[in-house]
Design a protein around this ligand. Sequence first.
Ligand SMILES: *Cc1c(COP(=O)(O)O)cnc(C)c1O
Length: 380
Amino acid sequence: MERMYFDNAATTRLSRRALAAMLPFMEGEQGNPSSLHSYAREARKALEQARTKIAGCLGAEAEEIVFTSGGSEGNNYLLRGAVAANHAKGRHVITSAVEHPSVLNTLYGLERQGSIELTVLPVDGYGRVSVVDVFAAMRPDTILISVMMANNEVGTLQPISSIGALCREQGILFHVDAVQAAGHIPVDMHALHADLLTISAHKFHGPRGMGAAYVKKGMAIFPLLTGGEQEKHRRAGTENVAGAVGMAEALLEQTEGMEEERLRIEALSTQLIDGILSTVPGCQLTGHRLERLPGIVSFLFDDVSADELLALLDMQGIAASAGSACTAGSNEPSHVLKAMGLLNGGRRAPLRLSLSRYTTNAEIEKVLSILPEVIHRLRR
Ligand SMILES: *Cc1c(COP(=O)(O)O)cnc(C)c1O
């Protein structure tokens, strides 16, 4: 049976170009970038070239990029590091109810241990934070605001540049989890007014276990991992040169083809939305219809069990997800859909279909022919 991958918000296929760029740094003798011989110099050069490329794609400077093991580490590093470094200024932090668990659970943990006071902003029915709410929540002792650029479960975009401008004006640090956005829509530090920002390679066809944190120049934040002097004392540990090279190549590839792919993927996902809403009764689109990532669409189906829906789709060759991969199997209802006010009453199954540059027209047609029948069968 032909299989179709519609779970790109969970992780994406490694691009051939990224793999090809990585291979020379994975086989044969490799130097530790901190050593002093020619092998080390080659590794160091590749690492710094990757840093420059990534910075270029994000409107940042090379020295503002710190390599990490991915989005979760990036969010932990930036949030914990900023809170610790600004202890004297205040301890109030603002975030939204729809953040990724690597943001929410980190901040809840800091709140539990008494390091911060936390305000969690509500969202509207589309999952959007209101800039007015952000403004109203600000206090004289607010040190940090963390809002994601695009939601991983429903794809909704947040008004990041407005929130960023407000933070800048008030002298409050602004952290953006751009893990779902980077490589898919333009992410520019200056336009966003971000001080701290997180990306992860495996969400844009780079290698898993590799990411980057942007730390605005002049910003002193505490490291999460201490030890050696790597990454200018910002992250100890021998660098993942191949990972950095692969991430840079994948981000460059995505950035080069971004506008064209964005339009193509948006057309495919709009076709999915229109097709599903018009052929499946008892179905609702979750997330914003227009203010969303091109590649994520999500729905709620009345009177269907989420596990059965995913299992039946999988049997038909469609790999999808109920929301985030992190909470799959936990049976906890999605904190995102809950915050959007969508889980009040009734048995409703969430379904997220996430597309990529590898998704074809034929695959969309296939989903549109299979899904209505699957829902019908489950309801019988
Ligand atoms: C996937 C994801 C993360 C975590 O990234 P990892 O590299 O998997 O640790 C963080 N935030 C968002 C919005 C994500 O989608």
